[in-house]
Design a binder for this molecule. Structure first.
Ligand code: HEC
Length: 133
């Protein structure tokens, strides 16, 4: 093989490995994947990460919480189940049911602020409405 060819192969291999490493780091971090047309805007993602993701994600410790809502898979759901989950999100935020009271008692910082709740709620409402058009 010519030296030039070998060099090209080496460069391609290095690029492939570094891309893979990059993807892995992203998967380990709390980066939310979005599928289809529904995406989490930055502001919404920030609220979810800070206030909901710990329980409602594949890494969450409570199976009940994961079954009730999983932000990582939510955007990949079919329209109807996605709308139903989004409606639930609006409902629990309206009633101030999430994060759970017992969590807030242990850690007051877990509480969601009115402003953050509105960001999340408005997004869930708009997205659900758009999906039903
Ligand atoms: C400390 C863990 C924890 C955190 C943090 C948390 N949740 Fe939950 N969530 C749960 C558990 C456990 C359930 C299921 C059992 C239940 O209904 O109490 C649940 C259920 C839900 C449900 C389904 C309710 C239903 O009636 O089907 C929604 C929607 C929800 N959570 C939204 C949120 C949102 C939005 C946030 C962030 C603002 C959040 N949760 C933060 C633990 C958590």
């Amino acid at each position: 093989m010519k030296k030039g060819t070998i060099l090209v192969i080496v460069i391609v291999a290095i690029a492939a490995v570094s891309l893979q490493v990059n993807a892995l780091t992203k998967r380990d971090g709390q980066v939310l994947k979005s599928a289809g047309k529904v995406e989490y805007p930055e502001a919404v993602k920030k609220v979810i990460d800070a206030k909901c993701f710990g329980c409602h994600s594949p890494e969450g410790r409570s199976d009940k919480a994961k079954e009730a809502l999983n932000w990582t898979t939510l955007t990949g759901l079919e329209k109807a189940p996605m709308v139903s989950k989004l409606d639930k999100v609006v409902e629990v935020l309206d009633k101030g049911e999430m994060p759970p009271q017992r969590m807030i008692e242990r850690n007051p910082d877990a509480k969601i602020s009115a402003a953050d709740s509105k960001i999340l709620k408005d997004w869930a409402e708009t997205t659900a409405t758009d999906l039903m058009k």
